[in-house]
Design a protein around this ligand. Structure first.
Ligand SMILES: *Cc1c(COP(=O)(O)O)cnc(C)c1O
Ligand code: SF4
Length: 416
């Protein structure tokens, strides 16, 4: 299938015909070479070439994207002091040049809207800095830590919850000190789970990553290691057989990727994910619910089903954090709940992520679910299924149904 077909099908209005939208979004297509069609394969497939040739300036944008809007032009200038703009040529080719509201475009091309700051927005919405025992380590939950290894990413997401530090456009000057971070973990035997993130850990060379993983694995109480990365999506060329051979020495090692829209799952990304999965690395996905990107039932359903086809288990869907200047990308919690409700029962359970709000100020992830329990008292729970039908489940404190209640309690009621 050519990338032209991908553009056409993906831009159909989602409400027009849900089944055909889902079907078309579920096709895998290459991102194509676009303006870089003349390039030799050896350059295009080289992750270092992709990084060196990222789209970072207004001049490049104007040359490569004739449909650039005034709001985007202003955004590109603003980005220099807020959160850098950087887009790999590979990912840039997923942008639909004809559509200013293209879901790929909205994620990586800055807009003037980023200057609109609501009073409830924050530079550090999840209160990470205040939960940092040593710089670059966030110890919020009892048994696990978030270990920030770099402030660089392959490309920058306009809604990034860590935009205070990633890309260093605001002069945060993040300098991780691995010795101090590792010493803290070693001194806290309750830490059994370490999540490497940033920035993007897979930007490191294989050697540097191997060094860090080796030192982590030398700490006996670290049972479980995972890497949070958007590189398989922004820069699939980075996922090489050599990288996978190195990573597989450190099992159990999980990877959480970050994809938001089915069009991000190209043939290139599918191949990269297959290499990781074949290395025995369980894969999860974290999405952020974003306005005009994935705040739509058909798009979300196509996305989670396509993730399963790539052997990636949808893990979390985040309500967009209250990061400064992100209102134009935020959707209501109500929309998120409606999307979750449209998935449960209607598609494979493995395809259904947990919807969470990272509680503003540092409360951690809180699960947000559609209401399936209608009432719950000492002898019964009244529940609703995915079709809206109501059921009763009788129970006594020890779990056995109350004797006189059995029989009548199992009756199902009409849909509400
Ligand atoms: C998300 C997060 C984790 C990991 O949480 P899980 O629910 O185990 O995926 C750990 N620490 C911090 C600070 C986090 O934000
Ligand atoms: S890849 Fe992750 S850390 Fe980097 S800009 Fe995007 S959301 Fe932020």
């Amino acid at each position: 299938m050519s990338s032209d077909t991908l553009w056409e099908t993906a831009e159909k209005p989602p409400s027009a015909d849900m089944e055909s939208t889902v079907a078309s979004l579920k096709q895998f297509a290459s991102a194509g070479r676009g303006p870089w069609h003349h390039l030799p394969d050896s350059d295009w497939n080289d992750w270092r070439w992709q990084l060196k040739n990222r789209v970072t300036t207004l001049e490049q944008l104007e040359r490569l994207l004739p449909s650039l809007t005034p709001a985007e032009r202003a955004g590109a200038i603003l980005a220099r002091s807020k959160l850098a703009m950087a887009i790999t040529p590979y990912f840039f080719n997923l942008i639909d040049p004809a559509n200013p509201e293209c879901p790929i475009r909205r994620q990586v091309i800055p807009r003037a809207d980023e200057t609109e700051v609501a009073p409830w927005e924050m530079a550090d919405p999840c209160g990470e800095d205040s939960h940092s025992p040593v710089p670059g380590l966030v110890h919020r939950y009892p048994d696990r830590v978030l270990f920030l290894v770099t402030d660089r990413c392959a490309a920058y997401c306009r809604y990034c919850t860590r935009s205070r530090l990633v890309s260093n456009a605001t002069g945060y000057d993040f300098h991780p000190d691995f010795d101090r971070q590792l010493a803290y973990i070693a001194a806290h035997p309750e830490i059994r789970d370490v999540l490497l993130s940033g920035g993007d850990p897979l930007l490191f060379t294989d050697e540097k990553l191997e060094y860090l993983l080796t030192r982590l694995r030398a700490i006996p109480h670290v049972e479980f290691v995972r890497i949070g990365t958007r590189i398989p999506v922004f820069l699939p060329q980075r996922i090489t057989p050599e990288l996978c051979a190195m990573l597989r020495q450190f099992h159990p090692l999980f990877i959480s990727i970050h994809s938001n829209h089915p069009r991000e799952l190209t043939t290139e990304v599918r191949a990269a994910l297959a290499l990781l999965a074949d290395a025995g690395i369980p894969l999860g996905n974290q999405s952020v619910l974003l306005r005009h990107v994935n705040d739509d039932k058909a798009i979300m359903r196509a996305h989670v089903q396509k993730l399963l086809m790539c052997r990636v288990r949808p893990y979390y869907v985040y309500q967009c954090d209250l990061i400064t200047g992100s209102a134009h990308l935020r959707t209501s919690v109500k929309t998120g709940l409606e999307i979750m409700q449209s998935l449960r029962g209607h598609t494979t359970g493995y395809a259904i992520p947990q919807f969470v709000i990272d509680a503003p100020g540092g409360g951690g992830k809180v699960p947000i679910n559609p209401e399936y329990v209608l009432s719950h008292n000492h002898d019964r729970v009244v529940i609703r299924n995915f079709e809206g039908r109501v059921f009763e489940y009788p129970e006594a404190p020890d779990g056995t149904p109350i004797a006189e209640a059995t029989g009548s309690r199992f009756v199902s009621h009409e849909a509400v």
